[in-house]
Design a protein around this ligand. Sequence first.
Ligand code: NAP
Length: 506
Amino acid sequence: MSFTPHGKHLIAGQWVSSAQQFNSTPANGDAFSFSVGSVDLVGQAVQAAESAFYEYSATSRAQRAVFLNTIADEIEARAEAVTEIGTSETGLPVARLEGERGRTCGQLRLFAQHILDGEYLDRRHDQALPERQPLPRADLRLIQRPVGPVAVFGASNFPLAFSTAGGDTASALAAGCPVVVKGHPAHPGTTEIIAEALHAAVERCAIPAGVISVVQDSGESFDVGKALVEHPLIKAVGFTGSLRGGRALFDLCAARPEPIPFFGELGSVNPMFLFENAISNRGETLAKGWAGSLTMGAGQFCTNPGVAVLVKGEAADKFVTTAKEALASVPAQTMLTDGIADAYRSGQKRIAASAGVREVLSTSCDLRDATPYLYQTTAKEWLANEALAEEVFGPLGMIVIAEDQAEMLAIASNLEGQLTCTVHLDDADIDAAKRFMPILERKAGRVLANAFPTGVEVCDSMVHGGPYPASTNFGATSVGSMAIRRFLRPVCFQDIPAALLPEDLK
Ligand code: NAP
């Protein structure tokens, strides 16, 4: 291995080790020893972040853009080693790690460009009206200002794009906020090499060292994550992970003496609604496309389309058969951790044991492997059993057969919040789909037509969020340039002399 991790935390520019160590559990290749995080280290990191805040938040947008671009350069400079350690730890294929690295660097560069444009500051000015009757109006200027130190939780399923220098970190740094990252125990070596890239960028750009700290964690207790979100100097949290973990952290944030926003991107089954003409005309292509999307990356995407809803009939039967055949040919894939593989199998058993559920494709997998499963149920059973709508993280598909369009619409109306909802339709389905759109836009952060939701474009118009439980904050996105907005707060400056205004308002 060309990169041998030293196993230390990065605390405000210093590589620090702890007496207590844990071993990584790679899918393949060598395990390494890493320092276990502690409440004390979290305290040091957060204090350093607060100390760096005023200087960093006063940097110009041009300086921060250079910093973000330099982080991307430093990650690219380590490209091969990042892929090597990333594939070893996660079991994800080389192409996925390379693609994810491109996305992570592209995201940093997009955010750099975005802050240079300045539109995100949403600057507003109501000029003074001293002669106004019956009362004069003051001079009022609004601008978005950085909130303070931000906590970021590395995500198991995106070792790069949602971890150490991923979307949450990039958007907080773009906003002008220092960041303390809690590394995910599933990929500590990947966390470390990206921390090295961040550290190098901090030094090259002469950014205050406290702006970025990375605390490794063994995952054996929740102490580090808990201490991080409860630290009084932390002002917001970025998180991607399970509904259970996210909800626990959200509740901790809300229960603080000073509650803070928790931007959690949690679970979703991302339902697809297949309309009559689309399914009759191209059901086979849709079934094969669905199988591909459902099994991509062993189904470990938050946008994995776990549920297909369609009206009964010959075309629906053919869809089921084709999906079964396509899924049956997908070999076992390695999951991110033993725990995620166990959770997948428990979820599969829960679905298999549910009343009114028919097994279409049953496979068998053990250890850290996942093979696809396919189940079928009726709209009536689905509507009667809320548990069927709970996410199974992995390549498991559920086909829901409705008696008619009205039942399909009832399923849409009963959905919980989703990251995505998809319609597959032909021109002749447009009238039928019109009734769905007002419902689906209330349910999801992103509504798609004739596509599969895996593969989230990083751009200005993207929304990767949605009503609870897809996310804990429906006004936000964790992908795309609007993600920066999460770590800003509007401040109105009334009659403040120009010399005292923030640079961006002068
Ligand atoms: P997770 O269990 O939600 O953990 C994510 C992070 O939250 C970890 O750093 C974990 O800390 C922390 N955490 C979890 N519960 C906590 C609690 N009660 N108090 C404080 N901190 C807590 O997610 P995961 O480890 O990535 O994977 C486990 C399961 O999450 C998977 O099986 C899958 O079902 C789901 N998942 C879903 C998505 C999605 O996008 N929908 C993405 C990833 C995972 P520790 O490191 O200390 O454990």
